[in-house]
Design a protein around this ligand. Structure first.
Ligand code: GDP
Ligand code: MN
Length: 398
């Protein structure tokens, strides 16, 4: 689950990391009021940042500075009218504009292969790190945190020196350890600071000082760990979620959209993957992964059908149910109801085996469904039906 920069920064603050002050504004007037507060508190300028769950906001014009409250209001209303990579900007982060001396990159992420948290840093921050990794992999420094002991001070110090941040040793050690602590505290997949910036500020006596601060923050949380952190559900931004994902979660279905033309409705994650493999072997491309779960009742089947049909690329549907706890006749009833209500007509091939398969077969025969005895047969029929429904030359049906 991706969370907005402002929410990510609240998690970093809670872990004691240095983050510049900020407010969230939902309108140009709110942005103006926030800007007035920061300017009155001594900021020379304010920064206004689009809160959207995509990278490269700066390049897209979603990060702007303003010197006065008037200007902040104008800039805010311009950003609030923008769409960035297809996403409408609904909120802004407003904060004092930083006087940046230099930008770095520092992130903690899960290295699944090593089964450890990996800390990655680069002196080439601010820009897209993927580009740095592709062009000059040697410009990225990485170190694994110890699974029990965490990130050790000497590891963080080595990172600091490698980035040329020897002059900010203590800050780097604290920030690096803070990133790892944030990963652990919230079961995050990624905690990325880009840029981690050296900024020029004034101390109490008015003398210039330089310090390190987390100017941007990107945190993604492990969806599978969300039950351990019920309070994090509130950080989910429903405005930016695919409506299909929202519905799937509400219905308790595991649904992942893919690019193919064959909608798959299956019970069990392993069977769903097998079904996708067999669709591929039969020469087709699955349109989704969909696990309706064990013991699914008719209403769940109907919801699953709605999700599949919401994808305009779906040209045929393959239903593969292995009845254990799930009863075949329940699924058959669900399919019959769903077809009666479906928004468009798409060929469907059904294979149901296991608990109450015979009752299911009778129901489906009476309702004139296309059925298959084996999974191979079902996959072949679905692929043939999708081909017949898709105009020659491929592409999605109109
Ligand atoms: P992103 O483009 O979505 O990653 O958004 P960032 O928050 O990283 O901002 C992009 C770039 O805008 C940064 O790399 C900085 O160069 C610049 N920027 C962001 N905040 C400030 C600020 O407070 N002051 C100044 N001068 N530049 C900023
Ligand atoms: Mn950034």
């Amino acid at each position: 689950m991706k969370i907005q920069e402002a929410d990510a920064k609240s998690l970093l603050l809670a872990q004691g990391l240095p983050v510049p002050p900020y407010e969230v504004a939902r309108s140009a007037a709110e942005a103006r009021a926030a800007a007035e507060r920061f300017l009155a508190a001594g900021a020379d300028q304010v920064v206004l940042k689009a809160q959207v769950l995509v990278g490269g906001r700066g390049k897209a014009g979603g990060v702007k500075l303003a010197g006065t409250a008037d200007e902040a209001e104008q800039v805010a209303s311009a950003i609030l009218r923008m769409t960035i990579k297809g996403i409408t900007v609904r909120r802004l982060l407003v904060g004092p504009g930083a006087d940046i001396v230099r930008e770095f990159y520092l992130a903690a992420l899960v290295d699944r292969t090593a089964r450890r948290i990996l800390l990655m840093g680069s002196a080439e921050g601010g820009v897209e790190i993927e580009q740095v990794a592709a062009d000059r992999p040697e410009a990225i420094v990485s170190v694994h945190a110890h699974p029990q002991l965490g990130l050790l001070d000497w590891q963080a110090r080595r990172m600091a020196f490698a980035l040329g941040l020897g002059g900010h040793l203590r800050a780097v050690v604290a920030i690096a350890r803070g990133l790892v602590a944030t990963m652990l505290a919230y079961d995050a997949d990624l905690v990325e600071i880009n840029p981690l910036a050296i900024v020029r500020e004034r101390d109490a006596a008015g003398d210039p000082i330089e310090r390190l601060t987390c100017l941007d923050a990107k945190v993604t949380l492990d969806d599978s760990a969300l039950p351990r952190h019920p309070e994090q559900e509130g950080l989910r931004d429903l405005d930016e979620e695919d409506p299909t994902d929202v519905e799937a979660r509400a219905e308790g279905l595991t649904f992942i959209k893919l690019d193919g033309t064959i909608g798959c409705m299956v019970n069990g994650a392993g069977l769903a993957m097998t079904t996708m493999d067999l669709v591929k072997r039969a020469g087709g491309e699955p349109a989704n992964f969909l696990d309706i779960g064990g013991g699914a009742r008719a209403d769940k089947v109907e919801a699953a059908m709605r999700l599949i049909l919401a994808d305009p690329n779906v040209a045929a549907i393959l239903v593969n149910i292995f009845g254990g706890i799930t009863r075949g006749d329940e699924v058959a009833h669900g399919l019959i109801d769903a077809r009666a209500k479906q928004s468009r007509s798409v060929p469907m091939v059904v294979r149901i085996v296991g608990t109450n398969a015979e009752e299911a077969a009778t129901l489906l025969r009476e309702a004139r469904f296309e059925t298959a005895a084996t999974l191979d047969e079902a996959a072949a029929k679905a692929v043939a039906a999708a081909r017949a429904a898709t105009p020659a030359g491929g592409g999605a049906p109109a």
